[in-house]
Design a protein around this ligand. Structure first.
Ligand code: 6PG
Length: 246
């Protein structure tokens, strides 16, 4: 399978220039989605890598995107309170959304105040089904990260969640704290119109090479299972992460 069939790799020298390029492409995708179907659905991942991008969306892109037409969701969440510094919602809200023109009713955090992650996943799926009118959700843009172990979203190696084919969101376990997670499933991720990975730093180089090799077992490298059915797959990577690529 050619490298291209596993997505297009776009390399930038460092995280700053990478984030600038992603922000510009996000603006293009948003404008196109809004002109085609009136709104722009964006699913965010957490972790450190997107923090620079969130800062750009908060400042340089504060008015450049019609945020009133945006609907913000999460790819995954750690099962901690939203005010916890490890919360993916909390990180995005603090870095960007709290001061953004996105209407609060258009921001759909994964709930973490239910009795457990399983109930939270089912509640989040109800929110998704209400929004996407119960047909397979096609997010306009899905922003994914890559763990050094090859995980993406909260789909970790050997996770039972990797085999889920009907539910849209499930509870999952991470090998690191916070271990209880909620994550979108692979069918939902692969149904997106645009799936963009943001990968930076030399510690991701092995996982990136594995994900792009076309020879990895998805059980060992879940990111390699991200192959949009009809959508665009782009790997935004900095020079450090790309250093093992041919
Ligand atoms: C999470 C993320 C996760 C993340 C990767 C990379 O909840 O942690 O959604 O999938 O994207 O772990 O994280 P870094 O950007 O911090 O390396």
């Amino acid at each position: 399978m050619s490298l291209r069939s596993r997505g297009e790799v776009r390399t930038r020298s460092d995280l700053e220039s990478l984030s600038q390029a992603v922000a510009e492409d996000l603006a293009r995708i948003a404008a196109s989605a809004i002109s085609v179907h009136g709104w722009f659905s964006l699913a965010l991942s957490g972790g450190e890598t997107p923090q620079v991008l969130f800062g750009l969306l908060a400042r340089e892109y504060h008015t450049r995107i019609p945020w009133a037409r945006a609907e913000i969701f999460w790819v995954d969440e750690r099962y901690v309170p939203h005010h916890d510094r490890r919360s993916n919602y909390g990180m995005a809200n603090d870095a960007w959304l709290a001061g953004s023109p996105v209407p609060r009713e258009n921001i759909h955090p994964i709930p973490t105040d239910l009795p457990n992650a399983e109930e939270a996943a089912r509640q989040y799926e109800r929110v998704l089904r209400a929004h996407f009118l119960n047909s397979w959700p096609q997010f306009d843009l899905m922003l994914l990260g890559l763990g050094s172990d090859g995980h993406t979203a909260s789909l970790f190696p050997r996770s039972p969640a990797l085999a889920e084919e009907t539910r849209w969101a499930v509870a999952a376990e991470a090998p690191t704290e916070p271990s209880h997670r909620i994550t979108l499933t692979l069918p939902v991720i692969n149904h997106a119109a645009h799936v963009h990975f943001l990968v930076a730093g030399s510690r991701k180089a092995e996982a990136l090479k594995s994900a792009l090799s076309g020879e990895s077992d998805p059980l060992d490298c879940p990111a390699s299972a991200v192959r949009p059915t009809d959508g665009e797959l782009v790997w935004w990577v900095d020079a450090e992460a790309a250093k093992l690529l041919p």
